[in-house]
Write a protein that binds this ligand. Structure first.
Ligand SMILES: [Zn+2]
Length: 395
């Protein structure tokens, strides 16, 4: 055996406020060339095994990101990180992993809904447990920002497909840590005086294709739980191409910088800038000239790096902290079927669900590829648990 995979299993006890501290319960070692054969060695961890908790980056990361429901995660290699930086980086990775899962869950739900309902679901906002619509936590000017339409513009089938492909690729990068054949690694607070971290001082940047650098700002921002997951999502998306087809098949890079025209002929007021932040994201998603022409802005929206990062991290953060508990807030208009009763485990009481209507994919059930999937329908998990292993019987 020349390469091994080490799997560490942590458990967290439920507490009144969520999940408690992470305790290492098992370490297993697999032959990397034959993981399917099962572990070649395992060690159950109990009180008898000495542990240095303060030096266990993974345990610290789980404690920092204690609002993240149980989720399998694969951490990329880190370099030149202190234990504190390591824990914060991995906490951000855990959160981003969750957030990516959530936005894909929404997209999959739209894609598996009947075609006539997709535009409705695309524009649908989310709300709190009590059904209150959410406004942006960033700024009053932004308004409600829980609909896919807010980030990616009006619904179009070809854009839905392209966005799903891009997020699927990002998910793959998050799990196999491979960017264009190179291994993704994250470097903490590089020392070099010429490094962008130490000159223009962003939260992070990437120098070469697979090397992501996180700077001081990423470890000191007061909004660690949102900013850093957003940053690692953003930086992991560089060098990605997405296929799309409106009229002709195309393959386009996802980028930061775009040149967009405005006005009656879409040729005036040419602006070349980076699509960073919610205002720019909103601009690409919603610009229209006097003739209600978007001047290709909507097609920039789904090729703008930060749009993907903001969509996932915003929706994911709202869900992690319990602000966003329902989506869509309103259900697509539908014909009532007579005598239909929802399954008590798989349906939302009082709502005609499951489909052809819909149930709540974020806290209850959703339909994926024709299969109804419910979070912990029989396992007694808490609402919001990220367990989609329970498959409800087909209708
Ligand atoms: Zn513009």
């Amino acid at each position: 055996m020349d390469q091994v995979v080490v799997l560490k299993t942590y458990s967290r006890e439920p507490t009144a406020g969520g999940l408690g501290g992470a305790a290492l319960t098992m370490v297993s070692v697999f032959d990397r060339r034959d993981e399917a054969a099962g572990p070649v060695a395992t060690l159950a961890i109990d009180d008898q095994v000495p542990q240095a908790r303060e030096a266990d980056c993974d345990a610290l990361a789980y404690e920092l990101a204690s609002e993240v429901p149980p989720v399998a995660v694969s951490f990329p290699p880190l370099s030149s990180c202190t234990v504190d930086e390591c824990a914060k980086t991995r906490a951000a990775w855990l959160r981003a992993n969750h957030d990516l899962f959530r936005v894909r869950q929404m997209l999959d739900f739209v894609a598996s809904s009947p075609p006539e309902q997709r535009a409705f679901l695309w524009a649908a906002q989310g709300g709190s447990e009590s059904g209150e619509r959410l406004m942006s936590y960033e700024s009053d000017d932004v308004g409600p920002n829980t609909a896919l339409e807010f980030y990616f513009g009006p619904y179009a089938e070809y854009r839905l497909q392209a966005i799903r492909i891009a997020y699927a690729r990002l998910w793959k990068i998050f799990h196999d840590h491979e960017v264009g054949g190179l291994q993704l690694d994250i470097e903490c607070t590089p020392d070099g005086p010429g490094d962008i971290c130490n000159t223009t001082r962003p939260g992070g940047h990437h120098a070469v294709k697979s090397n992501m650098k996180l700077c001081d700002k990423a470890y000191s921002t007061p909004s660690q739980a949102f900013d850093v997951p957003r940053l690692v999502l953003h930086e992991s998306m560089h060098h990605m191409f997405v296929p799309w087809q409106n009229t002709t098949p195309r393959l386009s890079p996802i980028m930061d910088t775009h040149t967009h025209g405005h006005g009656a002929l879409c040729a005036g007021q040419l602006v070349t800038d980076k699509g960073y932040g919610l205002k720019k994201i909103k601009h690409f998603a919603s610009y229209e000239n006097d003739r209600e022409d978007d001047c290709w802005h909507n097609n920039f929206a789904f090729r703008n790096n930060d749009t993907y990062a903001y969509a996932a991290a915003t929706i994911g953060t709202y869900i992690r902290f319990g602000y966003l508990a329902r989506w869509p807030l309103e259900h697509p208009p539908e014909e009532q079927e007579e005598g239909y009763l929802p399954d008590p485990d798989c349906g939302t009481p009082g709502v005609n669900t499951p489909p052809p209507g819909f149930s709540d994919p974020l806290s209850k059930c959703y339909k994926s590829n024709g299969e109804l999937v419910c979070p912990g329908a029989h396992g007694g998990l808490l609402p919001g648990d990220l367990d989609i292993a329970v498959i409800c019987p087909p209708l």
